[in-house]
Design a protein around this ligand. Structure first.
Ligand code: NAP
Ligand code: 8YV
Length: 318
């Protein structure tokens, strides 16, 4: 039997199924964490990790000399040091594709909510203010251009929805994509200058840290709207707060933050932002699909068939 470690709680269906694949160790239930780690360290060959806030870094991974696979919940895996894992022969898997449409739906909901000020309008009604007069007119999606930073699997699902809403779609990434029917901007600042809405859906991590900085926000301009459904780390959060306060941009819709679940009070206090608690993929349907993929990666690996969805840093040759 393989020994499988789960460092933090995950969806019950993951634990139930993994307990049938091998001996499952729930680290958070151990009365003495240090003793449990010392005991399990050499035995653990597989690990299932949440997309949460505990970093699965080199210091942690280094405690498991026989670890072969880390199956991570979520498509983004910036909480896992996949480069270190790859260099030490450990596979990392994530949960791509099964969440594309859900996250794209959330992104469009956040976009509409932010531009049309729907949460603010709802608060207005609940506060009884409609009796005193109509809610003020809002900005509109009509005749607008949206720039997508990160035209990947989810970015493309968002782009298709934006087209249906009549938006003009353009994009920026490290590479122009020949088969994408949208205008490519080779620089982020150049794209920000040209669009009304900047929507961020890249991976997090060092490669994208603080990409959306003061210069980009200034280029987006005083009528510009920022939507971030990627990672908080992609946006310079203090610069964003300053930009929103000073009218450098008009509004922001944020599903992700630099230090989740802590959200700066300055953002909570602002009326020109819409804030969501990282719910991009958070439906029963989609979370079940992601959970199943976490299990299936480990099952497939244990059965000698290799991982189903290895990340780029830990390629697998069948
Ligand atoms: P993906 O298919 O790998 O797409 C990522 C895109 O980002 C690619 O188009 C890539 O294009 C671009 N990119 C990567 N590094 C870049 C850089 N340094 N500068 C500019 N562009 C860069 O990933 P996905 O499946 O669409 O997921 C994207 C991310 O969304 C995840 O990693 C996660 O962080 C986030 N996410 C958030 C939620 C949520 O709940 N809010 C849910 C799911 C995912 P190039 O290679 O051409 O640069
Ligand atoms: C998850 C996400 O909510 O897949 C991702 O990258 O951000 C979300 O779908 C998160 O990973 C789980 O906490």
């Amino acid at each position: 039997m393989v020994d499988i470690l789960m460092p933090t709680p995950m969806m019950p269906m993951i634990a139930e199924q993994l307990a049938r694949v091998g001996t499952l160790h729930k680290l958070w239930e151990a009365p003495d964490r240090a003793a449990a780690l010392a005991d399990l360290g050499p035995r653990v060959t597989a690990m299932a990790v949440g997309g949460g806030h505990q970093p699965i870094d080199a210091a942690f991974l280094g405690r498991f000399p026989n670890l072969k696979i880390v199956s991570s919940f979520g498509v983004g895996y910036d909480h896992v040091d996949a480069a270190w894992a790859g260099a030490h022969g450990i596979l990392v898997t994530n949960t791509p594709d099964v969440l594309n449409e859900e996250v794209a739906d959330t992104a469009l909901g956040l976009l509409l909510g932010t531009v049309r000020r729907l949460p603010q309008a709802e608060r207005y009604l609940r506060a009884g203010k409609w009796l005193e007069g109509a809610f003020p007119l809002s900005d509109s999606l009509r005749e607008k251009t949206i720039g997508i930073l990160g035209l990947g699997r989810i970015g493309k699902a968002i782009a298709r929805r934006c087209e249906a809403f009549g938006l003009k779609v353009v994009y920026h990434g490290r590479n122009a994509q020949e088969d994408a029917p949208y205008l490519f901007y080779p620089t982020l600042v150049g794209m920000a200058r040209a669009v009304d809405i900047l929507l961020v859906i890249t991976p997090g991590g060092a490669g994208t840290a603080n990409m959306v900085n003061r210069e980009v926000l200034e280029a987006l301009g005083p009528r510009g709207v920022l939507i971030n459904v990627a990672r908080g780390s992609v946006v310079d959060e203090p610069a964003l707060i300053e930009a929103l306060k000073a009218g450098v941009i008009a509004a922001a819709g944020l599903d992700v933050f630099a230090d989740e679940p802590r959200v700066p009070q300055a953002l909570i206090d602002m009326d020109n932002v819409v804030l969501l608690p990282h719910v991009g993929s958070a439906s029963h349907h989609t979370r079940r699909g992601m959970a199943q993929l976490v299990v299936d990666n480990i099952k497939s690996f244990v059965a000698g068939k290799g991982p189903l969805t290895p990340v780029a840093e830990t390629p697998w040759t069948r």
